[in-house]
Design a protein around this ligand. Structure first.
Ligand code: ADP
Ligand code: MG
Length: 360
C-alpha cells in the first residue's frame, strides 16, 4: 500500500476579473500525509480548491511549488502507468459507447488480464450487495445516476489502484441513494484497504467514510483530525461552524475580570491573560445547552422533531439573541414556552473575534 505525502503544494490559476487577468490561489501551501490504507476526506465549501487538490494528487496537473510523493518517490518520477491511481468523478466519466463491462474491464484489458473481469465483478457485487452483473451489458446512457457511479467505483477498483481518489462521486444522487452508495463504498474500502482521498462538501459523507478529515478553506487546509477532534476542538471559527449539524451556537461577548460576559449568558472563567474588553465569541454546540433551573429565561421559538435521533431541535430566543438546543423527544415543549437554559461549563469554546482563532 501507498503513503501519500504533500509538501508545501501550491497551485495558481489565471482568471479574468473585470477584463483584467488575476492570479487565483486555488491551492495554498498544503502539507499533509495520508498513511497507507487510510481514507482521508477533504471537506470544504464549493470553490475552496478540493478538485484542484485532488487533480494535483492524481498527477493530472503539476504543482507550481512543493512536492507530492507516493512512498517517498516524487510523483513526476513515477511513470503514468505505474502510479496506479483509481479515480471516481462526480459525473462518472464512463466511456459512453462502451458497455459497463468494457468500462469496468478497461485497465485489466490493457494488461491482457480481461479474463479476470468476471471474478472481480462477482466479488464487488458480493461485497456491496448490489447486482452489478445485471448492469454489465448496458451502456452508460442506459444506467441510472446511482448505477453509473457504482460502475465508476467498480472500474476504479478493478485496476488494483495504489491510490483511490474520489471527487464528490455521489453528490448528484438523491439523499436515499447517496446513503446507500455510502454504505456500499464503506464495505468496499473495508474489504480492499487502499489509500484514499475523498473530496466532499458534505460532512455526513466525510464522517461516514473517512478515518481523518481535512477541512479546507480558500486553498488552505485549516485543520486535520478525526471528526471528534474537529467537533470538540476546532482551531478556529471556520472549522467550528463548518463542522457539526445543526451548526454550533455563537454568542458575542467580552472579557471582564478574567470572565466571559455576553448578553444573556456569562460569568464563565476564561484564560487569565486576556485583558478586559477583549471581544470574544463563545461557541456552544446545541446539545450542550440544556434546560436548567438555575439557567437564564428564554422563549421557545420553534420546535423541530428529529425522530431518528430521538430529540427535538428547539430554537430559543432571549433579548434578541437566538440559539438552538437539542432536547430528548420525551420533553414536553411547545412554541411560546418559557425555559430556563444553561450551557455545560465543560463544553465552552472561546474564539478571538478579530483573528477568529481559538483562545480556550
Ligand atoms: P472545489 O472543487 O472545492 O469546488 P476547485 O478546485 O474546482 O474547487 O476550484 C478552486 C478555484 O480554482 C475556483 O475558484 C475555480 O474557479 C478555480 N479553478 C479551478 N480550475 C481552474 C482552471 N482550470 N482555470 C482557472 N481557474 C480554475
Ligand atoms: Mg470540485
Amino acid at each position: 500500500m501507498t503513503t501519500i505525502l504533500l509538501e508545501n503544494v501550491s497551485k495558481q490559476f489565471e482568471q479574468m476579473s473585470s477584463g483584467q487577468p488575476i492570479r487565483l490561489q486555488a491551492v495554498d501551501h498544503v502539507s499533509m500525509r495520508i498513511a497507507s490504507g487510510q481514507v482521508l476526506a477533504v471537506l470544504g465549501p464549493s470553490g475552496c480548491g478540493k478538485s484542484t487538490l485532488l487533480r494535483l494528487i492524481a498527477g493530472l496537473i503539476p504543482p507550481d511549488t512543493g512536492r507530492i510523493l507516493y512512498d517517498n518517490v516524487e510523483l513526476d518520477e513515477i511513470p503514468g502507468q505505474d502510479r496506479g491511481v483509481g479515480m471516481v468523478f462526480q459525473e462518472g466519466a464512463l466511456i459512453p459507447h462502451w458497455e459497463a463491462r468494457q468500462n469496468i474491464g478497461f485497465f485489466l484489458w490493457l494488461r491482457h488480464r480481461e479474463h479476470e473481469v468476471p471474478e472481480r465483478v462477482a466479488r464487488i457485487s458480493q461485497i456491496t450487495g448490489i447486482g452489478l452483473e445485471k448492469l454489465l451489458d448496458r451502456f452508460p446512457s442506459q444506467l441510472s445516476g446511482g448505477e453509473r457511479q457504482r460502475v465508476g467505483v467498480a472500474r476504479a477498483l478493478a485496476r488494483d489502484p495504489r491510490v483511490f481518489l474520489f471527487d464528490e462521486p455521489f453528490s448528484n444522487l438523491d439523499a436515499k441513494l447517496r446513503a446507500q452508495a455510502r454504505v456500499e463504498l464503506k464495505r468496499l474500502l473495508n474489504e480492499f484497504p487502499v489509500t484514499s482521498v475523498y473530496v466532499t462538501h458534505d460532512q455526513i459523507e466525510a464522517v461516514a467514510l473517512a478515518d481523518r478529515i481535512a477541512v479546507m478553506r480558500e486553498g488552505r487546509i485549516e485543520q486535520v483530525g478525526t471528526f471528534q477532534q474537529l467537533y470538540h476542538n476546532p482551531l478556529n471559527l471556520f472549522v467550528a461552524t463548518f463542522v457539526g449539524l445543526p451548526t454550533i451556537n455563537l454568542f458575542q461577548g467580552e472579557v471582564r475580570d478574567h470572565q466571559w460576559h455576553g448578553r444573556n449568558f456569562g460569568g464563565y472563567p476564561i484564560r487569565n491573560d486576556l485583558p478586559d474588553g477583549t471581544r470574544i465569541v463563545l461557541g456552544v454546540r446545541p446539545e450542550f445547552i440544556r434546560p436548567s433551573a438555575d439557567g437564564i429565561p428564554a422563549y421557545v421559538q420553534a420546535v423541530t422533531p428529529h425522530f431518528a435521533e430521538r430529540h427535538y431541535q428547539i430554537e430559543m430566543a432571549a433579548n434578541g439573541e437566538h440559539w438552538l438546543m437539542l432536547v430528548p423527544i420525551e420533553t414536553l415543549v411547545t412554541v411560546g414556552d418559557l425555559l430556563y437554559c444553561a450551557p455545560d461549563p465543560e463544553a465552552l469554546q472561546y474564539f478571538d473575534r478579530e483573528s477568529e482563532t481559538r483562545v480556550g
